[in-house]
Write a protein that binds this ligand. Sequence first.
Ligand code: F6P
Length: 599
Amino acid sequence: MAAVAKPGRMNAFSTTHDWESADYEPTLPVTEKSNPLTRDIDRASASSIVKMLQACDAQMFQEKSQTEYQRLLSEEIVKTLMEVAERVRLILKDPQDSLVVLSGCGTSGRLAFFMASGFNRELQRLNYAPICSYVIAGGDRALFSSQEAPEDDPTLGALRLKKVSEGKKRVLFIGVSCGLSAPFVAGQLDFCLRHPDVYTPVLVGFNPAHQARNEPLPGCTLTFRSVVTRMEELAKTQKAFLINPALGPEAISGSSRMKGGSATKILLEVVFSASFSRTPVTFNGILQHMRSYKKALDFTYSHSEEIAVLTEAAGRSLQCGRQVCYLGWGSLGLLGLIDASECKPTFGADYEDIRGFVSGGYKELGNNEGDLTLMGPEFSISHDDFLDRVLPRLTDDDTVLLLYSDSDDVDEVAKLAHRVREKTPNIHAAYHQTDGGTAAQQDDINKLCSSTINFTWSQETPKRLQHMRELSTKLLLNAVSTGAHILKGKVFKNYMVDLQVTNSKLYRRAARLLQELSSHSESQSEEALLKAIYQVDKLSEDIMTCSLDTHTHTAGKAKKVVPLALVCLLTGCSIKEAETRLEHQPIVREAVEACLKSS
Ligand code: F6P
């Protein structure tokens, strides 16, 4: 059913600035607020879901209004991007002794890897030495699997940064934390501030500075906010840089992989493209480049009906316990891996529910730690792995999506499409091409696929075109994986109600959500969370005195922690009874609604 405005509630498509008012969820930073546009996303049809995501994504490019918030296209942000681009230019002049390090946790770290690799490839093409490195919390295994715990370790962050930049005389450190919240990144920024002779810190995130997380970092008295305050001071003399426009709340509250990830990609590509160019860095050049991403966004969503068809197919697969596979080529394939890996913490998904595979596997990736296949089945990421391990079990209920462009080996795409089609008709394609040329094999692929989204781009410079296709693919995949989990009932209103509670940020988010949905007190909500984590009806002294780290570590081994806690809170039942209820009603949204009705 489409989202319909209810009397007395905000109309989903007419109040895009509501979240900016001072009394809208005043205790939450922008990245954790719930978006008024998506309140009813859990009850929407696939096509309404895509329209809501489009409206949410469009907020990224909204101009500054009469509020405190900087926006993506604000003058201050564009000027800071110019300054950072000049710093990258300095590094380019001295590649031997200098380095740019991109770092983050979860999707922010995956994008750090994605862009560092892409920028180095581009530099090599332009006959420059590669200058970029990446650090991701949890190491390379976090590139495609969910590893949230290392996000809480500021010392580890600083150590990794120190190691990767050993011996360098000048380092531009770009730390990404969409919520200005990850202790891992705060530790790195603090390390830079303590070694200003070598390191210049840049922070990318999407909350105003005063909304940075203010909880002491594990093991020290610093907070993310205190680090940001020091940076603000140094920013006055360009010894540190803050790039923190507000994008509006995420479509699914707190899901910073969505707009946060897209804007990270946009901002860093704009900076690096400007610094690699042989022409001067200009205000208008940067602004125009940013605006071209808005066009790419509009162009992507001009295919919203086709995106909805795909979302619906993926949703059907998840609803019947089957899987969705992205089979991609080049950077588009890598975006498939990135999209898939975030479903576990966000929706309590299994790694097999949505999986990515990329042509060439680890050879294509060129990651720091090389081939990780032996680490376990989650780390099988090549098309050969798909053919060996997944294809034999594929049924009509699984959904396969091919992701490629006219610069990939379309012959190879056609061959793989034939193999998949022998097992299932539920094969789809998202194909990017440039005006005026369609590969002959494309007709063949179209016939094999039950739906094809054909993105035909007008001529641009090849590099820009690639970046636009990537953003477009990211938006498409975010819509498919988010939409499919919504259709499966993994979202309540616009909250991720079955999130994993595997680090301090997720723990706090879960406790807040329980409080919000149950109307119980903060302490009752946290108690219920702990009972669900430890699977007990009474909290022992031992549990009460355990560290947050122990709680989140234990939560990593449990399933459906938040739904269990919520059912207990709403009905007063025991953990065992809550488990039975959820077994009988595995659709989390419906289980929650049933409890809410009877409470
Ligand atoms: O803790 C997991 C997570 O929320 C991921 O979903 C997200 O990509 C990552 O943290 C990083 O968040 P941030 O960019 O706000 O530090």
